[in-house]
Design a protein. Structure first.
Length: 381
């Protein structure tokens, strides 16, 4: 385990419009608008996708979820790129959250290829994947990807850190140069923990580690581009890593430096208001996922999940810790909140749990993901 060591306002509306228009035109040459959406109607099943992040050849492994939540492997799909491994890492080669993102409505799956500096787009039909595209990440060592509607953003962790945006038309992405932002962090270290849109799509949130140790919020304009500069909330010593949004839109951030969970409310202008911190009592608290009204955070050093019930006022009530296989990393919940799936990087497995009505976790089995020791990236339908 390693905690590897932070314009559309300044770009004219005309430039942004031209960039977006060019993206749409280029994409239309290779994919009819709405393609992929048709396939989405066939994808209402119970799939779980896991990225191996294999440094020789990155893959996504598709699993079918049975009625009891257990997983059965259905296919292994090449991304066309290579996975990556940050120096000193063992269980978490990307040292990030969200390297795989599943757009159920659009019928698309996005995977980062850290070793190739690219992003792969798959069309999804049940548990079947069809590779559509592999496109430049716009930076060095992409580790996290997010989407909202027809906008997709990826965060690159090396070279000082950067964010790159894309317009989606049909099944394909077109990189919009005007939607690139450098984070300006230490070029010699891993900078980014995660990137994600807020639930309403109005802002991009980026966590930065090492020298940055901040939560950066980029307001997003109506044309899809981020603000010239983020609203930066510094959290010295906390090492903000992964995060998840609860049903009220509050951000629950894992703080690896203090092994705790911080809660923040996002203001209209992107400013964050701290609402308290809860210590996990575990080690290497780095990933977070919500399942209904419950929050679970992964503690890679302890090999555990810490569970919390989210109260009506936003307070967290501890539910206790649940053991996993060694190296607890990225996790995903089923869309109905009944099941939780967590990657355990030391052995390259996925542990499955049933989520009880009060948030208690019951182990229901595990699967070995081929070639996925140290791998990160999981998404569930």
């Amino acid at each position: 385990m390693s905690l590897a060591k932070t314009h559309t306002t300044g770009i004219t509306r005309t430039l942004a419009t031209v960039a977006a228009g060019a993206a749409l035109t280029a994409a239309a040459l290779v994919a009819a608008p709405g393609a992929g959406a048709a396939e989405a109607h066939h994808d209402r099943g119970s799939a779980v996708f896991v990225q191996s992040d294999n440094t020789g050849a990155n893959t996504v492994v598709a699993y079918e979820r049975a009625a009891d939540g257990t997983l059965a492997r259905k296919g292994v799909y090449s991304t066309g790129g290579k996975g990556g491994m940050l120096a000193g890492t063992v269980a978490d080669h990307l040292a990030s959250q969200g390297s795989l993102a599943y757009d159920r409505h659009g019928g698309l799956l996005y995977a980062v290829n850290a070793g190739s500096d690219t992003v792969t787009v798959f069309a999804v039909r049940g548990t079947q994947l069809r590779r559509v595209q592999e496109i430049s990440s716009g930076g060095s060592f992409p580790v996290s990807v997010t989407f909202h509607g027809d906008r997709v953003y990826v965060a690159n962790t090396l070279g000082g850190g950067s964010v790159q945006g894309y317009a989606r038309v049909g099944e394909r992405l077109v990189k919009v140069d005007a939607w690139h932002r450098n984070l300006g962090l230490d070029k010699g270290t891993s900078a980014v923990g995660q990137i994600s849109f807020t639930p309403d799509g109005s802002k991009l949130v980026v966590t930065t580690k090492a020298a940055g140790q901040s939560i950066d919020v980029f307001p997003v304009g109506r044309l899809g581009g981020p603000s010239a500069h983020p609203v930066v909330t510094s959290t010295p010593g906390a090492v903000p890593f992964g995060f998840a949004f609860d049903s009220a839109g509050r951000i629950r951030v894992t703080e690896a430096g203090t092994n705790s969970v911080g809660t923040f409310v996002v203001g209209h202008d992107g400013r964050l208001t701290a609402k308290g911190t809860v210590a996990t009592g575990q080690t290497a608290t780095c990933w977070a996922v919500t399942a209904g009204d419950h929050l679970y955070v992964s503690n890679a050093g302890s090999g555990t999940l810490s569970g919390y019930r989210v109260g009506h006022g936003g307070g967290l009530t501890a539910l206790g810790d649940t053991a996993t296989h060694p190296g607890t990393v990225d996790a995903a919940a089923s869309s109905d909140g009944r099941y939780l799936y967590v990657q355990t990087g030391v052995q390259g497995t996925v542990d499955a749990f049933r989520v009880g009505p009060k948030g208690a976790l019951t182990a229901i089995g595990s699967v070995v993901v081929p070639g996925a020791v140290g791998g990160e990236g999981i998404a569930a339908g």
